[in-house]
Design a protein around this ligand. Structure first.
Ligand code: SAH
Length: 229
C-alpha cells in the first residue's frame, strides 16, 4: 500500500458528521511501509511499535499526522522523533536482552512507552518541566507502571538506579556525557546523536565490554539539542 493522503482517506469513516480515523490500521500500515520496508527487523521492536498508540502522544491538532514518516511538534519547541528513528534506536540497544534502560529526553513519553513494552524498567529524564509533567500523567493514565520519570538535566544520568543495561539519548549532544558512560553496565549499549549544536549529527552506538569503550557511527541525523540547566 502506498503511503499518502489516499491511505488516510480510505481509513477514515464518518459518524454523525465527525471523522473517525482508524488509527490502528494507520499504525499497522506505518510499521509495514516505514519500518519493515527499511531495516527494522527486530520482532520485539516491531511488536511494541504496532501496539503503542502514537497519536495519543501528540497534540490534538497533530493526531492525524501521528503515523506519517516525520517528526512532529509536541510544544515547548520540541519534537517527537520520526517513527523510524524511534524504531531504529530501540532496535539498536537489542531491547529483548535488556532489563533496565535509561532514556534522556522524555519529551512526549512515546519512546519511553515503546521501550516499556519490551524491557523490565525504564527510567526517563526530561529537562523541560511542562513536558516532563505531561508525559508522566499520560504514562500513568496508560498504566505504564514500569516507567519512572524525573525532571532534571539528564547530563548527570540517574546515579541511584545505575548501572543501566542500555541508555537511549533522544536529544542531540555535542559530546557523550561522561556520567552516562560511567552508568552504563559492562556489556551494555548506548545510542546517542552527537555533533555540533543545531547541525547534522552522527548517531553513535557506544558499547562497553570489559571496561573498553567502542563507538560506531550508524548514520547522519537531525535532533533537537541536548540543553543544560
Ligand atoms: N523521546 C522523546 C523525544 C523528545 S525530543 C519522545 O519520544 O517524544 C528530546 C527531548 O530532550 C526534549 O523534550 C528536550 O527538552 C529534552 N532534553 C534536552 N536536553 C535535555 C537534558 N539535558 N536532560 C533531559 N532532557 C533533555
Amino acid at each position: 500500500m502506498r503511503w499518502g493522503l489516499g491511505v488516510l482517506f480510505s481509513l477514515t469513516t464518518w459518524l454523525n458528521g465527525q471523522a473517525q480515523i482508524d488509527y490502528h490500521a494507520l499504525r499497522l500500515a506505518m510499521v509495514e511501509n516505514q519500518l519493515m520496508e527499511r531495516d527494522i527487523y527486530d520482532r520485539a521492536t516491531l511488536r511494541a511499535i504496532s501496539k503503542v498508540p502514537r497519536h495519543l502522544f501528540v497534540p490534538k491538532e497533530q493526531q492525524v499526522y501521528a503515523y506519517s514518516d516525520s517528526p512532529l511538534p509536541i510544544g515547548e519547541k520540541q519534537t517527537i522523533s520520526q517513527p523510524y528513528m524511534v524504531a531504529y534506536m530501540t532496535q539498536a540497544i537489542k531491547p529483548k536482552s535488556t532489563k533496565k534502560v535509561l532514556e534522556i529526553g522524555t519529551g512526549s513519553g512515546y519512546q519511553a512507552a515503546v521501550l516499556a513494552e519490551i524491557v523490565d524498567s525504564v527510567y526517563t529524564i526530561e529537562i523541560i518541566p511542562e513536558l516532563g509533567k505531561r508525559a508522566k500523567k499520560l504514562l500513568d493514565d496508560m498504566e505504564y507502571g514500569n516507567v519512572v520519570t524525573k525532571i532534571g538535566d539528564g547530563y548527570h544520568g540517574w546515579e541511584e538506579h545505575a548501572p543501566f543495561d542500555a541508555i537511549v539519548v533522544t536529544a542531540g549532544a555535542e559530546e557523550i556525557p561522561k556520567p552516562l558512560i560511567e552508568q552504563l553496565k559492562d556489556g551494555g549499549r548506548m545510542i546517542i546523536p552527537v555533533g555540533p549544536h543545531h547541525g547534522i549529527r552522527d548517531l553513535i552506538l557506544l558499547t562497553k565490554n570489559r571496561g573498553k569503550i567502542k563507538t560506531k557511527n550508524m548514520m547522519s541525523v537531525r535532533f533537537v539539542p541536548f540543553t543544560r540547566q
